[in-house]
Design a protein around this ligand. Structure first.
Ligand code: ZN
Ligand code: MN
Length: 140
């Protein structure tokens, strides 16, 4: 009885933290830059009662905390990145696959760009577009 009572008294934020940790764990196990829906399907295996809205809300919080990144490409669905460190991406315009580019981040770009604006530059993002190796094979 005592344990049940203590569980009921557990503050709400702890429950929310557990959900958020599960979402982050799923995000960190993949390099595919998944959609919120894919993350939802994976997290459900661990927390069956979780809702898609909760997943979206926690992804937003994780992004604001700097634990994850949201990648937006025009009108298509947001994709999420469990690696918050600066890096560049290659987006396949045929299949939508997003690859990490293991190339150096060009910090000098920001000082160069700073010469063209009175605004204060704090970061930059770079996405390369093209056709991935697999899609090139299929086109041959
Ligand atoms: Zn492709
Ligand atoms: Mn990435």
């Amino acid at each position: 009885m005592a344990t049940q009572q203590s569980q009921q008294r557990r503050p709400r934020f702890l429950r929310h933290t557990r959900q958020r940790e599960a979402i982050l764990r799923v995000l960190r196990t993949t390099h595919e830059h998944p959609t919120a829906d894919w993350i939802y399907q994976e997290v459900r295996k661990e927390i069956p009662h979780i809702s898609l809205g909760t997943v979206y809300r926690n992804l937003k919080i994780l992004t604001e905390m700097g634990e994850a990144r949201e990648l937006t490409f025009g009108s298509s669905y947001s994709r999420y990145d469990g690696d918050p460190t600066p890096h560049y991406h290659f987006l396949c315009d045929e299949c939508g696959k997003i690859e990490d580019l293991d190339m150096p981040v060009m910090d000098s770009l920001e000082s160069q760009a700073a010469e063209w604006t009175d605004g204060r530059i704090t970061s930059h993002r770079l996405v390369f577009h093209g056709v991935c190796a697999e899609c090139q094979k299929q086109q041959q």
